[in-house]
Write a protein that binds this ligand. Structure first.
Ligand SMILES: Nc1nc2c(ncn2[C@@H]2O[C@H](COP(=O)(O)OP(=O)(O)OP(=O)(O)O)[C@@H](O)[C@H]2O)c(=O)[nH]1
Ligand SMILES: [Mg+2]
Length: 441
């Protein structure tokens, strides 16, 4: 870790009412003493004049000093709340960059220092990154749980259970004269490992739910050419995203938009109309459409009133169980068959769009259950948990395993959990984790 004192604009786009410049490192005190003439009491906001070396006033600011290690990074930190104009920022940042041992922070560098100084573990850092990127209420709640250490507590609990099991059998190894594990120790081991396998497996199963919240609930619009898919996408997006025309086979590539429906991020994809065709390019588009429908959390098959109806079982053969028929171009129907529960939409009259949005958000909500669970959200965690499970399963699958080997498998299983939180050799992971951040965090 470098000894530089780092600084960066930590607030959003300028111009803005206030902009926050954040500092961290061994010479933060020097910056305060040089630019405002004194070190403010820790954690107390103070109004001060920021000056350059020739006593010229650069701005009037609220300044805050956080004394390490009780700070975000664990080092001495500072904040200058200045007026949020480009000119003010230029002059203050340029003044700081002239000090010896000071430089602009790299992306994620404040958080990296927080991790390296033991202020946050990797799951909390990842939660923080998600919190900053959260678009929807569901994403905020998920990230909040993670950044407040709940996920770490869960993995720590599992690690402790593994460490206890190991201690138990190692104690037995030291004191026992016999080769075989006594029955009671064996029972305790099998129960303990079995319980962990159940808990970790349930957590891995929640990945689908975590992904829905984090990456968005995937909705695919499919149907015959001209059934009105692109028009519906535009109506839902409230802007002209996809080309609409009266020619069949207009859409080829998949076009996706992201909406916030009832606190859920929903990613809606428009696809090529499905029909038999000799056109090679259209065929590629149709294959992608079918894949998109199969892969989606909800597939909406648009059935327009002036087209040959498809039946539900053919649709399920093509797209799986998550397919739902939506009747499009409702404005063309004179005697609507509204007695049933089907959804009729018209992109022209806007009829039924609210019902459709409601259907999507209900499906999104149902797909994540009650939401009180701690979801697994990252592939990085999933891969490490799967490795951990592999070691645990190998213990239960081999009745003849020697105590020394069991102990080693338990250690390997707990090391994988340690890697998730960053307690076990993670040097190779760090660049990937921190590169997600923006500068100033
Ligand atoms: N009356 C009526 N016409 C519509 C409606 N939605 C779409 N259309 C018309 O139907 C034609 C096809 O619309 P698109 O949205 O391009 O259909 P598509 O399903 O995307 O077609 P492909 O991309 O070829 O698969 C256009 O002429 C639209 O103006 C609707 O709700 N009511
Ligand atoms: Mg289209």
């Amino acid at each position: 870790m470098s000894d530089d004192t780092i600084f960066a604009l930590s607030s959003g786009n300028v111009p803005s009412g206030v902009a926050i410049i954040r500092l961290s490192g061994p010479k933060v005190r020097f910056a305060f003493e040089t630019m405002i003439g004194f070190l403010p009491p820790a954690r107390k906001a103070v109004l001060a004049e920021l000056k350059d070396g020739s006593d010229k006033i650069l701005d009037q600011a609220i300044v805050l000093f956080f004394e390490g290690p009780r700070s975000f990074t664990g080092e001495d930190c500072g904040e200058f709340h200045v007026h949020g104009s480009r000119a003010v920022l230029n002059v203050v940042l340029s003044e700081l960059s002239h000090f010896d041992g000071f430089r602009l922070a790299e992306a994620g560098e404040f958080s990296r220092r927080a991790f390296e100084n033991g202020r946050l573990d990797l799951t909390e850092i990842e939660g923080l990154s998600d919190l900053i990127l959260a678009n929807t209420e569901q994403q905020r709640v998920l990230a909040q749980k993670q950044t407040s250490g709940k996920l770490r507590a869960l993995y720590d609990d599992w690690r402790n259970r593994l460490i206890n099991l190991r201690a138990h059998i190692e104690a037995d190894l030291d004191f026992s004269e016999e080769e075989d594990i006594p029955d009671d120790v064996n029972r305790h081991l099998i129960d303990g490992v079995g319980g962990l396998i159940t808990d970790i497996t349930a957590h891995i199963d929640s990945f689908v739910k975590g992904e829905i919240i984090r990456e968005g609930f995937k909705v695919s619009l499919v149907g015959a050419p001209n059934s009105g898919k692109s028009s519906l996408l535009n109506a839902l997006a409230k802007r002209d995203v996809a080309i609409v025309s009266e020619y069949k086979g207009t859409t080829r590539d998949i076009i996706s938009i992201s909406l916030n429906l009832d606190g859920f991020e929903v990613v809606i994809s428009d696809t090529a109309g499905i029909r038999d065709t000799d056109d090679v390019v259209e065929r590629i588009g149709i294959d992608r459409a079918i894949d998109s429908g199969r892969d989606a959390n909800l597939t909406l098959f648009l059935q327009s009133s002036d087209q040959e109806p498809w039946n539900q079982s053919d649709l399920e053969d093509m797209f799986g169980d998550n397919v739902e028929i939506i009747y499009s171009k409702a404005d063309l129907l004179s005697n609507k068959n509204i007695g049933d529960n089907s959804i009729y939409v018209s992109s022209i009259s806007q009829a039924g769009l609210k019902d459709l949005e409601q259907l999507i958000s209900i499906r999104a909500r149902n797909s994540i259950g009650n939401g009180n669970q701690l979801f697994l959200t990252r592939m990085r965690h999933k891969l490490l948990l799967e490795k951990s499970l592999f070691h645990l399963n190998s213990i239960l699958n081999d009745n003849e395993m020697l105590i020394e080997l069991i102990s080693e498998e338990l250690r390997l299983a707990s090391d994988q959990l340690g890697r998730i939180i960053g307690k076990v050799d993670v040097e190779d992971l760090l660049d990937a984790v921190f590169s997600e951040f923006c500068v100033g965090k």
